[in-house]
Write a protein that binds this ligand. Structure first.
Ligand SMILES: [Zn+2]
Length: 326
């Protein structure tokens, strides 16, 4: 069936047919033979280091790829993971902090530039104003309109497009965008995504946690959040939870600037992530979005020990490039 979620802002012809095998929430344990992998592309913070920078994850299921967050260099990390940009069906943003979204223009331009006329469209979803941001980037009045126009109209770019199999005239970028709210669902055919409010820096930025159901099980991506009942409910009995783990909370580590400024949100450390995982009853906890200090070998090992002691299940401290099977 062609997945055409209600409420999308740009309908594009050419949706490819997909299966409609979607498991219900909480049905952990059944195996379908479809290999589902979770790729950790970005597992750092706004502080760039050689090994970590920002957030980005990809769920690979049934030949489709679904990205969650598009932090710094996510497009290149995506290629480094051996993933094909035209297999990317949808991108979900948890919120619009730059360490989660700054590579979106690069991703949109590359996805468009590599595509030909019958390439399936990509969905771009997130809390408001995702639709407006996409339009401000690659719309006909967007900041990248000059580059796009040059690639559409210059004969050399037209030739490149035709060599890829494209047929002129080359179409303007057109993504299926959708602004999401807690409680919404997005049906991708072979996968579906539900969501809940995450507690972060409201009211400045809306934040969502996501749960993707695949034929092989479910994965929750918390995004940035403090311990939050809505996220725990969303994660109930999920097979895997990727939870932010900013730092140890016992002294020498960073305190999130959001707290210092009196905003609503903060972040989880290993204890908070583990408590949420235990309360939700998830199958595996993956600690992501880690500062340079906790990502060092001893603090990271301590984070795993602390989290395992509370959670009682398997805990992974993620590094960029890690691939986990569901
Ligand atoms: Zn954030």
């Amino acid at each position: 069936m062609a997945a055409v979620p209600a409420g999308e802002n740009h309908a594009v012809a050419g949706s490819r047919s997909r299966g409609s095998v979607v498991r219900t929430a909480g049905s952990r344990g059944e195996r379908t033979g479809i290999m589902t992998n979770v790729h950790i592309l970005g597992s750092g913070t706004p502080t760039p280091t050689p090994d970590r920078f920002g957030s980005s994850y990809v769920v690979e299921t049934g030949g489709e790829l679904v990205m969650f967050d598009c932090g710094p260099a996510a497009t290149q990390k995506f290629a480094r993971a051996g993933l094909g940009i035209l297999d990317l069906s949808a991108t979900f943003l948890t919120h619009h902090h730059y360490d989660h979204a700054v590579d979106l223009p690069c991703l949109l331009l590359v996805r468009w530039d590599q595509a030909v006329n019958d390439t399936p469209p990509m969905m771009v979803c997130g809390p408001q104003p995702t639709t407006a941001i996409v339009d401000e980037l690659v719309g006909t009045n967007g900041v990248f309109r000059r580059d796009i126009r040059a690639r559409i109209e210059h004969p050399a770019s037209q030739k490149t497009f035709e060599m890829r199999g494209g047929v002129l005239p080359r179409p303007w970028p057109d993504f299926r965008t959708r602004d999401l709210e807690p409680g919404d669902t997005v049906d991708g055919g072979a996968w579906s995504v539900s969501m809940a409010r995450a507690a972060h820096v409201q009211p400045y930025l809306d934040s969502l946690a996501y749960r993707i159901e695949t034929p092989d099980g479910s994965v929750v991506i918390t995004g940035d959040t403090a311990p939050c009942e809505e996220v725990v409910t969303l994660a109930k009995d999920a097979d895997m939870m990727l939870c932010c783990c900013w730092d140890h909370q016992d002294g020498s580590e960073h305190i999130d600037e959001c707290v210092a400024e009196g905003m609503v949100g903060t972040m989880c450390g290993p204890e908070e992530a583990a408590r949420m995982a235990k309360e939700a009853g998830v199958g595996k906890l993956v600690l992501v979005h880690s500062t340079p200090s906790i990502a060092q070998s001893e603090p990271a090992a301590r984070a795993v020990r602390v989290a395992e002691g509370i959670f009682g299940g398997p805990v992974v401290f993620a590094h960029e490039g890690l691939r986990l099977s569901l």
